[in-house]
Design a protein around this ligand. Structure first.
Ligand code: B12
Length: 224
């Protein structure tokens, strides 16, 4: 990565951590002016800054008001960058139903995953946050989704992910929809334990995972 691009992403990330919304907007505009990739700026600037802010909260250096100001800055940057993301509009779009599981209202990470997936050409149906398991399945059936993407940041709500998979099995549609999961307390071993099709650690990896899952289901469809 060129030095100026690297510096710009670092400054963007710092502006989120410093809760400096004006600076985030100014730097986001600079990204556009310098014709730097908006997707990379979201991933390595805005998302990175929000993850650092989250760690400061865990270290008790930041508290809720600071966090909310960090997320205001992140969303202000997204407003500038989002219209400039190069979208992959080609071909039939794979459909993904996404949401945060019941009992959990943390949606910053889910929103980032959604934006990255849309950018990559997926058609994303966002149910929002605090979503009961059945609603994911009903929406997936309604739109003919290829993937259900589940997010949670709390250990107490992880069980909702297993319940979605149980409902899919009960309704005999487990084989026709993939399930990918993510969020702070989620790990590959938890994904394996509940029988999810994949886990990823961040939004950029989530896109790679969704691509892998849809390619493998296409291959399966041609073989069968
Ligand atoms: C911001 C935040 C809040 C904000 C949320 C604002 C919002 N609209 O989202 C506010 C202040 C409102 C809040 C409230 C609460 N919070 Co809070 N919060 C956080 C914090 C500090 C950061 C989360 C965050 O936004 N990170 C930045 C984003 C970019 O990262 P991310 O969410 O991890 O997402 C990335 C990946 O995980 C992944 N990903 C995410 N989803 C998905 C989905 C898929 C399919 C895939 C593939 C990938 C993926 O990609 C994302 C982008 O790269 C975390 C601590 C932490 N470090 O995580 C605590 C934390 C999650 N909160 C916690 C708690 C307890 C609460 C409260 C219950 C506090 C309270 N007592 O009221 C309430 C929740 C109420 C509820 N029922 O939901 C605990 C949870 C503890 C636990 N083990 O369960 C944490 C871990 C803090 C702690 N250490 O105690 N919180």
């Amino acid at each position: 990565m060129s030095k100026s691009k690297e510096d710009l992403f670092k400054n963007l990330s710092d502006s989120i951590v410093n809760m400096d919304e004006e600076e985030t907007v100014a730097l986001s505009k600079q990204v556009i002016l310098e014709k730097i990739d908006a997707y990379e700026a979201i991933d390595q600037g805005l998302s990175n800054g929000m993850e650092r802010a989250g760690k400061l909260y865990e270290d008790e250096e930041y508290f809720i008001p600071e966090l909310l100001m960090c997320s205001d800055a992140m969303y202000a940057g997204l407003d500038v960058l989002k219209p400039h993301i190069k979208r992959d509009e080609e071909g039939e779009k794979h459909k993904i139903v996404i949401g945060v599981v019941e009992g959990d209202t943390h949606d910053i990470g889910k929103n980032l995953v959604k934006i990255m997936l849309e950018t990559d050409g997926f058609h994303v149906f966002d149910l929002g946050r605090d979503i009961p398991p059945k609603q994911f399945v009903d929406k997936a059936k309604e739109v003919g989704a290829d993937i259900i993407a589940l997010s949670t940041l709390m250990t107490t709500t992880m069980e909702g992910m297993s319940e979605v998979i149980r409902i899919l099995k009960r309704e005999n549609i487990r084989n026709s929809v993939k399930v990918m999961i993510g969020g702070g307390p989620i790990s590959q071993s938890f994904a394996d334990k509940i029988g999810a099709d994949g886990y990823s650690v961040n939004a950029a990896e989530a896109v790679r995972l969704a691509r892998r899952l849809t390619v493998s289901s296409e291959v399966l469809a041609t073989v069968l």
